[in-house]
Design a protein around this ligand. Structure first.
Ligand SMILES: [Zn+2]
Length: 632
């Protein structure tokens, strides 16, 4: 579900997972040679795992274990450390060792000497508990992929919030064994052992990256481009998944073809889907060889393009962010905020490719691609923050902006638009010889060859090098200034005409970014001051139970449905444990809608660029009929 808006076609949030690199310091004189973890489903009623971290071949008297303060890809410091309880330590013979807790993340074990040291702890696994991940920074939102989870039938283990690393020993090989009740399955994209319960990785960052689904779920496997690609669905058993899984495999095939040139960079890939009873929109988090996506049941049934675009976005991340990554993030520091300038590229350009992958997969029409671009242009152009925040600032201050941007400017949205303009500009100056496809492939092959992330400024330098033109002025303007984007002139180079129209859209006065699913319904975190919701008597913290008599769990699609200005919506809400009825009168918001039309009399170069962006068929079609739109 998401708040209804006639133009609302994009996911509410898409999370990024940034790179992993080895942590070089501080280091042991000789670190342990291997770390092996066990995660045991210990107490489903009380939602507790028992975790052990065994450092093998310890040579020093003191060793420290620490839990990451954040999950890569989500630029928010979390409270995940609060889930660790009952910590003990022993040596390899079971002799108890002294554990101290010098700071909230770290456990220091003393007295082990030579041999193995084993840290054991209970892991509280209640992912919907706001306190479990960080209410201060997130408004209590969790999508089922940042914190561990456990119930009678299912478990979820995300590495950074579950497994403590050995301080100074993060680069040694690791393994994790999941001990689950009889009949439970295990799905993780790390390297599986013969028992399919133990998984290995070359270091902690890799091991912690791919999470595990445990328990009862549906799983479908197919080989795509020579690689096993699996779809795991939790919470939607007994329904047909055929259309949805086919769409996932088409996305995988198109992604490997378009981004990877036919070659997959991973040995296997798992799409982990979960469809909880109450959801707010669709959101995903990418991993090295997998992604975790929370979505409404309706999305699994309909495989609608907007849901598929999130899946495509996450799949593109298997290259862009997971492998094409800035070295600024390495050594990968889990103890504090890590800042990079390129989230516009890592997130925004990833999203630029999402509708393109769907188009290449034959899942959407070319009109969808154009409307996706035009809609996102509208999000940027209707947003006053574009006049006060640069794209680069939005990247650097992601930690202050809930991992979406800064001060209202989203690096997803403006980054996508700049990606579109960059693709066209590269093609214009190179006479359509190179574009962002080439930039993506070059960045991938160079980071792959180097075995580490790219240095700062590499994207801009590589774009200029590939085109043979100095693109500094383009980047200065689009990334480091707040002047209006040169939309019209650059889009025209691709034979695309940007037109707009005034638009009235329903206004509810609710900040959709603060909606949180709860056990009962949807919690409203924040209201727009003096907006329709506040005027109707809604308060921050109210839990929405029913809309026009329909239970929120039974609403399939947008929360408020199709409504117009001045219409009354009957809401049932819970406040202070009392159920109340409130009538919300819908208001009106004026915005500008954008549309991308094809220029019929395009030059051969304009047509060639357009074809490179969206394929031949669209370039030959005349576009949609003229309505209320006009040329700026
Ligand atoms: Zn992303």
């Amino acid at each position: 579900m998401k708040i209804n808006c006639p133009l609302s076609r994009l996911p509410l949030l898409i999370f990024s997972l940034l790179c992993f690199l080895c942590f070089a310091s501080p280091s042991f004189a000789a670190p342990p040679h291997h770390i092996s973890y066990t995660v045991t489903v210990a107490d489903t009623a009380n939602k507790r795992y028992r975790v052990t971290a065994r450092a093998e071949g310890v040579t020093e008297a003191t060793i420290s274990f620490a839990l990451p303060a954040w999950s890569p890809g989500w630029y928010v410091l979390t409270n995940a450390y609060k889930n660790i309880e009952n910590v003990t330590a022993t040596d390899g013979d079971g002799k108890p060792l002294l554990v101290t807790h010098p700071d909230k993340l770290t456990y220091k074990v003393t007295g082990g000497g030579k041999g193995d040291v084993i840290l054991s702890y209970d892991l509280r696994a209640i992912d919907r508990d706001p306190d479990a991940v960080g209410p201060g920074a997130t408004g209590g939102r969790d999508y089922g992929f940042f914190a561990p989870y456990l119930d009678e039938t299912n478990g979820f283990v995300p590495g950074p919030a579950s497994l403590t690393y050995v301080v100074g020993g993060k680069s040694v090989p690791c393994s994790v064994t999941y001990k689950v009740p009889e009949g439970w399955k295990i799905a993780s994209a790390n390297d599986p052992g013969a028992d399919n319960a133990t998984f290995t990785a070359k270091d902690y960052d890799s091991l912690a990256d791919n999470p595990a689904d445990l328990g009862k779920f549906d799983r479908y496997d197919r080989t795509i481009a020579g690689v096993p690609v699996s779809v795991v669905i939790v919470g939607a058993s007994g329904r047909s998944h055929r259309k949805f899984t086919e769409a996932c495999w088409k996305i995988a095939e198109a992604g490997i073809r378009v981004i990877g040139g036919g070659k997959s960079p991973f040995p296997r890939y798992i799409f982990h889907f979960r469809a909880p009873e109450v959801t707010v929109g669709i959101a995903g988090l990418e991993h090295l060889n997998s992604t975790v996506i929370t979505l409404p049941l309706s999305a699994i049934r309909t495989a609608d393009p907007d849901s598929l675009s999130v899946i495509a976005h996450e799949f593109v991340h298997a290259w862009n962010v997971k492998r094409i990554r800035p070295d600024k993030l390495g050594p990968f520091d889990y103890t504090r905020e890590v800042r990079v300038r390129d989230l516009w590229w890592l997130e925004g350009v990833t999203d630029y490719y999402a509708p393109r992958i769907l188009l290449e997969a034959g899942l959407v029409s070319q009109d969808y691609w154009r409307s996706y671009m035009a809609y996102t242009i509208g999000l940027v152009q209707n947003n006053p923050s574009r006049k006060r925040v640069t794209l680069e600032t939005a990247s650097l201050k992601a930690w202050e902006g809930r991992s979406e941007g800064f001060d209202g400017l989203s690096y997803y949205e403006k980054g996508l638009v700049v990606g579109l303009l960059l693709d066209i500009e590269m093609r214009r100056v190179s006479k359509n010889r190179v574009g962002t496809d080439d930039l993506m492939k070059t960045l991938f092959s160079e980071t792959d060859k180097r075995g580490q992330g790219y240095p700062e400024g590499e994207i801009e330098r590589t774009a200029s090098r590939l085109t043979g033109s100095d693109l500094t002025a383009f980047f200065d303007k689009t990334l480091r200034s707040t002047t209006e984007l040169p939309l019209k002139e650059i889009l025209e180079s691709a034979g695309l005409n940007l037109i707009f129209a005034a638009l009235s859209i329903p206004d509810f006065g609710i900040d959709v970014n603060t909606l949180t699913p709860t056990a009962e319904g949807i919690r409203i975190g924040s209201l727009i001051k003096n907006g329709p919701a506040e005027r109707s008597g809604l308060k921050e913290g109210d839990i929405l139970l029913a809309v026009n008599g329909k239970n929120i769990r039974d609403i399939d699609g947008t929360i408020f449905g199709d409504v117009s200005q001045d219409q009354d919506i009957a809401l049932s809400i819970r406040r202070d444990n009392v159920t109340r009825s409130i009538t919300l009168t819908v208001g009106e918001k004026k915005e500008t809608a954008y549309e991308l039309r094809l220029i019929a009399e395009a030059t051969p170069l304009q047509k060639a660029i357009r074809t490179s962006l969206i394929g031949r068929a669209i370039s030959d079609s005349a576009g949609t009929p003229v309505g209320a739109f006009q040329s700026p």
